[in-house]
Design a protein around this ligand. Structure first.
Ligand SMILES: [Fe+2]
Length: 285
C-alpha cells in the first residue's frame, strides 16, 4: 500500500510494465566530477523498463492504504518540517561533489550537527510509534544512475564508483531472516538532502506474497529460495509485474519496508550529487 502525503499528490507517481535484465538495456556513460564510466552490474541484476506512464484510476485505487496498513506492508511519503529543512539547508550539503565533502560539512559544523541531531530525533519520534530508531547511514550517489544500490561491503578499501556492481531491483537484509518473518524487520526512512529530485522504485507486494507467487511456478524447497536469492527467481518468472516509481523532491522522505519488498533508488537524468540520510525504525503515520 502507498500512503502519500506529498503536497503534489499522485503527480509524483508513475508505473511501468516490469523489469528487463541489465544486459538487454542500453547503458550510457556516467560522467561526473571528472570521473567517466559505464556502470557494472551484478550478474542477476534486473532494471525497470523505461516505459513509464501515469497511473489510471484503478491502479491508484489498488495502492490506496486500508486499515491494515503498518510498517511492514506500506510505503509512506511525506515532507520534513520547515525548521528541519532550514537546518539542513544551512549545512550547504548541496555544494558537495563527493561523500567525503558531505561528511566534512558535518565535522566542520559541530554545533549545527548537534542541533540537527536533536531536531531529527524530535521529528522521528512523531513517526516512530514508540519503537526504537537509529541512524543507518548518511551517504551519496552519483547523478544519472538508473539504480543506485550496491553491496559496498564486498568492495576494496578506497573503492570508487567505477568499482561498484549495482544490484538492480532488490530486497535488503543485513542478517538472515525467514521470508515469513520479514514483517518483523521494521522499515527505513530516507530523506533527499540533495539539490535535485531523485526516484524510488518499488513493487507493491511483500516478499511473502512474492514467495507464494513463485510456489505456483517452481518448488521453492528444491531451489532453496530464501531472502538471498528470491529476487533472481521472482524476476525470472514475473518480469512483467509493474514497478511503481516515486519522484522524491529535495527534503521529501519515503518510509519503506525495504527488507520486505523489492525496491531501489535512482538518480537517472540528474547532474548533481545525490545526498541521502537513512534511519532504521518501525516508522508509520
Ligand atoms: Fe535497498
Amino acid at each position: 500500500m502507498l500512503h502519500n502525503q506529498f503536497s503534489e499528490g499522485s503527480e509524483s507517481i508513475s508505473i511501468n510494465s516490469g523489469v528487463i535484465h541489465y544486459s538487454e538495456q542500453v547503458q550510457e556513460n556516467i560522467n561526473f566530477n571528472g570521473i567517466v564510466f559505464k556502470p557494472n552490474f551484478d550478474e542477476d541484476a534486473y532494471l525497470p523498463k523505461r516505459d513509464w506512464r501515469k497511473l489510471n484510476a484503478e491502479e491508484i485505487k489498488i495502492l490506496q492504504p486500508n486499515k491494515k496498513k503498518n510498517d511492514s506492508n506500506t510505503i509512506y511519503l511525506g515532507e520534513i518540517p520547515d525548521d528541519l529543512k532550514k537546518l539542513y539547508q544551512n549545512m550547504k550539503l548541496t555544494d558537495c561533489n563527493n561523500r567525503n565533502e558531505v561528511f566534512a560539512k558535518f565535522r566542520e559544523n559541530e554545533r549545527a550537527t548537534i542541533e540537527l541531531n536533536s531536531s531529527m530525533a524530535n521529528f522521528l519520534m512523531t513517526l516512530s510509534n514508540n519503537k526504537p530508531f537509529k541512524i543507518h547511514f548518511l551517504g551519496s550517489n552519483f547523478p544519472n544512475l538508473e539504480v543506485v544500490a550496491c553491496d559496498t561491503t564486498v568492495l576494496p578499501k578506497g573503492y570508487t564508483e567505477k568499482d561498484m556492481k549495482f544490484l538492480g531491483i532488490h530486497n535488503d537484509g543485513t542478517q538472515y531472516v525467514s521470508t515469513y518473518k520479514l514483517y518483523t524487520s521494521g522499515n527505513r526512512l530516507t530523506i533527499n538532502l540533495g539539490n535535485q529530485d531523485r526516484y524510488f522504485f518499488f513493487i507493491n507486494i511483500t516478499l511473502t506474497q512474492a514467495l507464494n507467487m513463485l510456489k505456483e511456478k517452481i518448488s521453492v524447497k528444491e531451489h532453496e529460495i530464501d531472502i538471498t536469492n528470491i529476487a533472481k527467481y521472482y524476476f525470472k518468472y514475473f518480469p512483467d509485474y509493474p514497478i511503481i516509481k516515486i519522484k522524491q523532491k529535495p527534503y521529501h522522505y519515503y518510509i519503506a519496508p525495504t527488507d520486505n519488498c523489492f525496491h531501489d533508488g535512482s538518480t537517472l537524468g540528474n547532474t548533481d550529487l545525490d545526498v541521502i540520510i537513512v534511519y532504521f525504525g518501525a516508522f508509520q503515520f
